[in-house]
Design a protein around this ligand. Structure first.
Ligand code: AMP
Length: 284
């Protein structure tokens, strides 16, 4: 079947309502495009659990800060369409910024507290933009399930909280991080990296695996684990740490004495590119 491309809210709503009326379960994957295997893993998870798969491609201006990369964010639309078509996606929602934010819009959705943690601390207003656009997309598409990547662990926690607090009748499915063979977490922003920067960027994953290995050997003190991680990261001169934290994966509060599940999250600038990565600590 051919993928239907919807550019307006009305077209998209009609298409997903038609699917619902035919008794289909609609699975939804929100993205900003410049698709890679990470995105496609979400599409495949959606295919496995839904009758109709809807994907959105929208580079959401409200989640970018004034000094961030909104203008230069990659937008290879034709290629993205081809990739989605090959995965058997049924519906693509690709609205313009004007379509999503008509003049005069003043309403926001904000998950208080959580939105100021991790990336929310260094990217003011970022998560408010994310929760607002995801709420809008949820209202437009009315999916039964929505698929997010663990790559953006704070985002996943915030969306889960929002869906719970606002009674969205949507099951949130979080899928594992997809990495390059060398360990680098896939990201549309990896396209900004020079070959040298790509090599330097591998230190993010090395930092996380160092912490995981100390944890596996019994270290349960967060401060010491973070120190050890920072030491690894400092070995790469081209990389500047934004944050390295060990937090509760649901409320994103720092954990000092580790017992059960903990999320280790890192963000760093490699040259001028800001990258994030994380892992969930497990005693192996
Ligand atoms: P983005 O286009 O960067 O907004 O990402 C869209 C969705 O894909 C989000 O739910 C991300 O968490 C997810 N995603 C991005 N990169 C990866 C990855 N390497 N592995 C798994 N999911 C990812």
């Amino acid at each position: 079947m051919h993928m239907k491309i919807c550019k307006t809210v009305e077209q998209m709503r009609l298409a997903s309502r038609t699917a619902h009326r035919a008794g289909k379960r609609v699975g939804f994957v929100p993205t900003m495009g410049a698709l890679h295997e990470g995105h496609l893993s979400l599409v495949r998870a959606a295919k496995a659990r839904s009758d109709v798969v809807a994907v959105s491609i929208f580079v959401n201006p409200t989640q970018f800060g004034p000094k961030e990369d909104l203008a230069k964010y990659p937008r290879p639309f034709e290629r993205d369409c081809e990739l989605l078509e090959n995965e058997g996606v049924d519906l693509l929602f690709a609205p313009s910024a004007e379509e999503m934010y008509p003049k005069g819009a003043v309403t926001w959705v904000e998950v208080e507290g959580l939105s100021q943690k991790l990336c929310g601390r260094s990217r003011l207003g970022h998560f408010r933009g994310v929760t607002t656009v995801v709420s809008k997309l949820f209202h437009i598409i009315e999916p039964d399930l929505a698929f997010f990547g663990q790559k953006d662990a704070a985002q996943a926690a915030i969306i889960r909280r929002m869906v719970h607090d606002l009674n969205f009748p949507i099951e949130i499915v979080v899928c594992p991080i997809v990495r390059e063979p060398d360990g680098l977490a896939m990201s549309s922003r990896n396209a900004y990296l020079s070959p040298q920067e790509h090599k330097s960027a591998l230190v993010l994953h090395r930092t996380l695996t160092e912490i995981q290995s100390l944890f596996a050997h019994g270290e349960r003190n967060s401060a010491r684990l973070i120190e050890a991680g920072k030491k690894v990261l400092a070995q790469e001169p081209g990389v500047r740490l934004d944050y390295l934290g060990i937090v509760d994966p649901d409320c994103l509060e720092p954990i000092t004495d580790l017992q059960d599940q903990a999320l280790v999250a890192v963000a760093a600038f490699v040259g001028s590119t800001r990258l994030i990565d994380n892992l969930v600590l497990r005693a192996i």
